[in-house]
Design a protein around this ligand. Structure first.
Ligand SMILES: C[S@@+](CC[C@H](N)C(=O)[O-])C[C@H]1O[C@@H](n2cnc3c(N)ncnc32)[C@H](O)[C@@H]1O
Length: 264
């Protein structure tokens, strides 16, 4: 039984099967469902109970959305506010939470599968290959939203770890320029996943030198995840044994397994 409050639910990247079980139960039980129709798969809303109100929010501004939520919660209704991917990354939930807090409305966040992980899965890559790259930076190129000091792509790219860029498909010339200026090579691998897990998903495998042109050829200008990573190089799959984690190394002891001596 849901409470009269807001459930901020991560819908996952697109495929309706990629919502969590908890998120799905909330969609099935909520009295009111609000979803961003430009990004969240409408198929998910089909499981709402027949008497539930299902409201599209792509054309609304924040105050309108908050007014609907507040009046429904005041009536004792449960509200599912459904966001694409995981709400914690570029979900614009913080501003909603400040309004909800001010009005004394309770909320709970249900995580979802972010497009960064759906894209890595679609492209068949591990973002953290031992001894190659062990960190992932989730960021975006600077467009109309200014980046805070020290978070320009050129600064972050200097780490040479895996970079996952949201909201950056229209800014690829700048992305490439900043990565090269930060020390990446034109031959370094980039994979771009358009609409990961949707039926019209596209995957572009390129290098920093070719990615802008390849994306143009593929007609990708939005809803794309750009992964710039030494781990995105498909040739690595031919190099069995070169990069292996200690976790499954038979000579490596850890809490769940005693290692065998290196010499047998
Ligand atoms: C407003 S952000 C929302 C991100 C979302 N909270 C998440 O965790 O995936 C929208 C950006 O996420 C990325 N994105 C969202 N869904 C995607 C998908 N199915 N495939 C590829 N990228 C996606 C794109 O970079 C898009 O510009």
């Amino acid at each position: 039984m849901l409470e009269a409050k807001v459930y901020i639910v991560g819908a996952g990247p697109g495929d309706p099967d990629l919502i969590t079980v908890k998120g799905q139960k909330i969609l099935q039980e909520a009295d009111v469902l609000l979803y961003t129709d430009s990004l969240v798969n409408p198929a998910l809303m089909e499981q709402a109970k027949p008497e539930a109100a299902v409201i599209k929010t792509a054309g609304m501004h924040l105050e309108e959305i908050i007014e609907i939520i507040a009046s429904e919660v005041e009536k004792g209704h449960s509200v599912a506010r459904v966001h694409t991917g995981d709400p914690a990354v570029y979900g614009a939930i913080f501003e909603q939470m400040t309004y909800l807090k001010e009005r004394g409305i309770g909320y709970e966040i249900i995580p979802g599968v972010s497009s960064v992980f759906a894209s890595a899965a679609a492209a068949g890559i591990e973002l953290t290959i031992p001894e190659l790259t062990q960190s992932v930076i989730l960021t975006r190129a600077e467009g109309r939203t200014p980046m805070p000091e020290g978070e320009q792509l050129i600064d972050l790219a200097k780490h040479q770890c895996s970079l996952a860029l949201f909201l950056s498909a229209t800014l690829m010339k700048k992305v490439v320029r900043e990565c090269l200026a930060a020390g990446w090579k034109e031959s370094d691998a980039v994979v771009v996943v358009y609409k990961a897990t949707w039926p019209d998903q596209k995957i572009v495998r390129a290098t920093l030198g070719t990615v802008d042109e390849e994306m143009r050829k593929a007609g990708i200008r939005k809803q794309a995840m750009v992964i710039i990573s030494k781990a995105a190089d498909q040739a690595l799959l031919e190099q069995r044994g070169k990069y292996e984690s200690k976790l499954y190394d038979k000579t490596f002891t850890h809490g769940f397994r005693k290692g065998e001596p290196a010499n047998g």
